[in-house]
Design a protein around this ligand. Structure first.
Ligand SMILES: *Cc1c(COP(=O)(O)O)cnc(C)c1O
Length: 407
C-alpha cells in the first residue's frame, strides 16, 4: 500500500546525513566529553562544533546555546529559570492560550507557586494581539513567553513586535521556535528574543535532544536539575553526545536548505488547501490564511469526527493528526482550537496535515483521491443532525459527536 506521511509537526524522520554523522558517536567516539584524556577531548571537540552549528542556524553565539533533552525541557528551563531568579523584581508572567503544553503547563504550575499568570486570548486565526499584550504588562511582569509558530494551526506570531515591547520595559522574552525552525527564518537578533527553544526531532534530527538559547546577560539560572557542572553549570548531566551531534547537523542542514525547502513546502501546501476547499464541501481552514507555516494545512470538517477520519485515512496509508483528542485520553478538543473560538462540535472534526521535505505533488493527488469518499461515507453515518445540532454550542462531554468517540 502507498504510505504517505503527513504528520511532520508531530515528528520528522532523521535525515540520512544526520544519522551518518551520529553513527560514530554511538560506537567509536564513546568518551565522556568532561574527561580530560584523549577519548574525552575528541568528543568535547565534536560537541563544541555542534554547538557552533546550532548557534549559526539561529544567529547566536555558541556560548549562548545550552543542550537539553528536547523542546519540553528547554521550555521548562527557560520559564522556570527566569521566574525563580527574578522573583524579587516581580511575579507576573504572560503567555498565550495557544502555547504548547510544555509552556502552558509550566506557566500554570508557577501560577500555583505564588506567580500571577496572564494567559492572552487569540483571535479566530490563532493570533495574539499586540494591544492585548501591551494591556497585560504591569510593573510586576518579568517574563513573556509566546510561541513563534503554532504546531496545531501553523499561525506565525508577530514575535519581533512583541519582543520589542518587552525589551522596552525590561521584561525577558522567550519564544518556542520548535515549529518555525527550518521553515521560516529564525534569528535571535532579528526577533529580539532573550530565550528561544529548539527541538531536534522536529527538524529531521533525533528525538530526545534540543537546545535552549539564552542571550548573554540574561538573568537566568538553572533551577530544575541539581548535579554536575556540565554546560557551564546550566544543565547538569552527561551530555547526550550522539543526540547533540545529530542536532548540530540537523540545524546546519535546516539553515542551509531553508529557502529551497520553504518554497517546495509552500507550493504543496497551497495546492492542498485549494483542492480541499474546492472539492470538499463544508470544510473550514483553521489558522491564519497567510501568516502560516509553509508546511502547514489544518481544517475543520463539519459533521464528522476527526478521529474517525484519521482511522479511515490510516487504512488508506495516509498519516495525519487531529485536534480532536478522543483517543488521546481527553474528551476535550484541542485547547488551541477552542481558544480560537471554534465550537466544540466543529473542533471535533479537525485534521492537521503537516508536510515535509519528502512529500510530493503525487502525495497530495493521492490524498485528494481518498479523501472525498471518506468524508462522504462518514457524513452519511454521522450521528449529527446536520440541520439543527450543528449550531448548538454545548459542553464537550455532552456534545453529540462524542457519542461516537472511541475513548
Ligand atoms: C513538539 C513540540 C514541543 C516539544 O518538543 P519535544 O522535543 O518533543 O519535547 C514543544 N513545542 C512545540 C511547539 C512543539 O511542536
Amino acid at each position: 500500500m502507498r504510505r504517505v506521511y503527513f504528520d511532520h509537526s508531530a515528528t520528522t524522520p532523521v535525515r540520512p546525513e544526520v544519522a551518518e554523522e551520529m553513527q560514530k558517536y554511538l560506537t567509536e567516539y564513546f568518551g565522556n566529553p568532561t574527561s580530560l584524556h584523549y577519548f574525552g577531548r575528541q568528543v568535547r571537540k565534536a560537541v563544541e562544533e555542534a554547538r557552533e552549528k546550532v548557534a549559526n542556524a539561529i544567529g547566536a553565539r555558541p556560548e549562548e546555546v545550552v543542550f537539553t533533552s528536547g523542546g519540553t525541557e528547554s521550555d521548562n528551563m527557560a520559564i522556570h529559570g527566569i521566574a525563580m531568579i527574578n522573583k524579587n523584581r516581580g511575579n507576573h508572567i504572560i503567555t498565550s492560550a495557544v502555547e504548547h503544553h510544555a509552556v502552558l503547563n509550566t506557566v500554570k504550575a508557577l501560577g500555583k507557586q505564588g506567580f500571577t499568570v496572564t494567559i492572552l486570548p487569540v483571535d479566530k486565526y490563532g493570533m495574539v494581539s499586540l494591544d492585548d499584550l501591551a494591556n497585560a504588562i504591569t510593573d510586576k511582569t518579568i517574563l513573556i513567553s509566546i510561541m513563534h509558530a503554532s504546531n496545531e494551526v501553523g499561525t506565525i506570531q508577530p514575535i519581533k513586535d512583541m519582543a520589542a515591547m518587552a525589551r522596552e520595559k525590561g521584561i525577558f522574552f522567550h519564544t518556542d521556535a520548535v515549529q518555525s525552525m527550518g521553515k521560516i527564518p529564525v534569528n535571535v537578533d532579528e526577533l529580539g528574543v532573550d530565550l528561544l527553544t529548539v527541538s531536534g526531532h522536529k527538524i529531521y534530527g533525533p528525538k530526545g535532544v534540543g537546545a535552549l538559547y539564552i542571550r548573554k546577560g540574561t538573568r537566568w539560572r538553572q533551577t530544575l536539575f541539581h548535579g554536575g557542572a556540565q554546560e557551564r553549570l546550566r544543565r547538569a548531566g552527561t551530555e547526550n553526545v550522539p543526540g547533540i551531534i545529530g542536532l548540530g547537523k540537523a540545524c546546519e542542514l535546516a539553515a542551509r536548505d531553508l529557502e529551497k525547502e520553504a518554497a517546495h513546502l509552500a507550493g504543496l501546501r497551497d495546492k492542498l488547501i485549494k483542492e480541499v476547499m474546492d472539492k470538499i464541501p463544508h470544510v473550514q481552514l483553521t489558522g491564519h490564511p497567510t501568516m502560516r507555516l509553509p508546511n502547514h494545512a489544518s481544517f475543520c470538517f463539519e459533521f464528522i469526527e476527526g478521529e474517525s477520519m484519521l482511522l479511515s485515512m490510516d487504512m488508506k496509508g495516509v498519516a495525519a493528526s487531529s485536534g480532536s483528542a478522543c483517543t488521546s485520553g481527553s474528551l476535550e478538543p484541542s485547547h488551541v482550537l477552542l481558544a480560537m473560538g471554534i465550537p466544540h462540535e466543529l473542533a471535533h472534526g479537525s485534521i492537521r496535515i503537516t508536510l515535509g521535505r519528502d512529500n510530493t505533488e503525487e502525495d497530495i493527488d493521492y490524498f485528494m483521491e481518498i479523501m472525498p469518499p471518506i468524508v462522504e461515507r462518514l457524513r452519511a453515518m454521522s450521528p449529527l443532525d446536520q440541520e439543527t445540532e450543528f449550531a448548538v454550542e454545548s459542553s464537550c462531554a455532552a456534545c453529540k459527536v462524542s457519542s461516537s468517540c472511541h475513548r
